[in-house]
Design a protein around this ligand. Structure first.
Ligand SMILES: C[C@](O)(CO)[C@H](O)COP(=O)(O)OP(=O)(O)OC[C@H]1O[C@@H](n2ccc(N)nc2=O)[C@H](O)[C@@H]1O
Ligand SMILES: Nc1ncnc2c1ncn2[C@@H]1O[C@H](COP(=O)(O)OP(=O)(O)OP(=O)(O)O)[C@@H](O)[C@H]1O
Length: 268
């Protein structure tokens, strides 16, 4: 059995530069990953099977299609390898800006590659990832990186491993396509030499759809020891970086009294 962690993705900064004729947007983003994530278990089997367990399995129960099974089908079409029994233990909220589905698809590709002796840097794996979604190549790479284009042009950069992080989601699912559609079309400039001094251009359109995001950001920014507060991706999950684990713990204790999903983790 192969086990892979599908780590949550954060956009430490996300600059939207242009709307493209194909309906996508040109981005400049700083991708980072945290320790917390979904868990994927894959074992070769006589017949294919797929089951979802874990605290957020219910949100996906009614959907016949899943990025995990799509990734497995595309892997099989290119590399072969037969049937598998797959379990996805869902810990990340769905449609929440931290790339849960993308991380699951990437973890599926990594697990199958390990099982069938395909090199993790095989360009065909990246082609499969690219076809599955804009965030999947970054999740396959799984390292701190600047992303350009649709998000698939990646350049690794030094990360800040071990930095204490608090993830907070107010329990509102936000559609990525709807948030991009509300972007006002104004280019506010590139990522600078310090991307952490940047911004998330999807924050304003996401807040128009889910105003509670403003409350989350305000609550996080008010916590002692916070060094950065921002929304990730198209929302609604927001994150805060802290100067110490103690400061993060105190913030989590204050926030956990609300009904918001709140997880203490670290950057990888
Ligand atoms: C917001 C981010 O999470 C930032 O990392 C990504 O840009 C979104 O990545 P994703 O969920 O993997 O996105 P996809 O599944 O490729 O696209 C979902 C929808 O988001 C919009 N989309 C996505 C990526 C992009 N660069 N421009 C877009 O306009 C499109 O309407 C698309 O139909
Ligand atoms: N394994 C999966 N986990 C979560 N969502 C999935 C999965 N497979 C398919 N989906 C579909 O993908 C949609 C987006 O889910 P996901 O959790 O990846 O969004 P997200 O966190 O907003 O991603 P991003 O940050 O890439 O925009 C869901 O509404 C769901 O219908």
């Amino acid at each position: 059995m192969i086990t892979e962690i599908a780590r949550a993705k954060l956009n430490l900064a996300l600059h939207v530069r242009a709307r493209r004729p194909d309906g996508y947007h040109e981005l400049e983003t700083l991708f980072a990953f945290v320790e917390h994530g979904d868990v994927l278990r894959i074992v070769p089997a006589d017949a294919p099977s797929f089951r979802i367990t874990g605290p957020f399995s219910g949100a996906l129960a009614g959907e016949g299609d899943n990025l995990v099974t799509r990734a497995a089908a595309r892997f099989a079409a290119i590399f072969g390898g037969g049937a598998h029994s797959i379990e996805l233990e869902k810990h990340l909220p769905v449609a929440s800006g931290i790339g849960g589905g993308s991380a699951d698809a990437a973890a599926t590709l990594r697990a199958l590659a390990r099982l069938h002796h395909v090199a993790l840097d095989d360009p065909k794996l990246f082609e499969i990832a690219d076809a599955l979604g804009s965030d999947v190549p970054a999740c396959l790479l799984g390292r701190t990186a600047i992303g350009k284009g649709r998000g698939e042009q990646l350049e690794t950069v030094p990360g800040m491993p071990g930095t204490p992080v608090l993830l907070v989601n107010p329990g509102v699912a936000v559609s990525t396509a709807q948030v991009f559609a509300r972007w006002d079309g104004q280019d506010r400039g590139p990522l600078g030499s310090d991307p952490l001094a940047g911004r998330n251009d999807l924050e304003s359109p996401a807040r128009a759809i889910a105003p509670v995001i403003g409350d989350v950001l305000e609550t996080l920014a008010a916590q002692p020891g916070v060094t950065l507060t921002r929304m990730s991706g198209s929302g609604a999950t927001c994150f805060a970086l802290f100067e110490s684990e103690a400061a993060r713990g105190n913030a989590a204790a204050a926030i956990v009294r609300s009904v918001w999903w709140c997880v203490q983790t670290r950057l990888t």
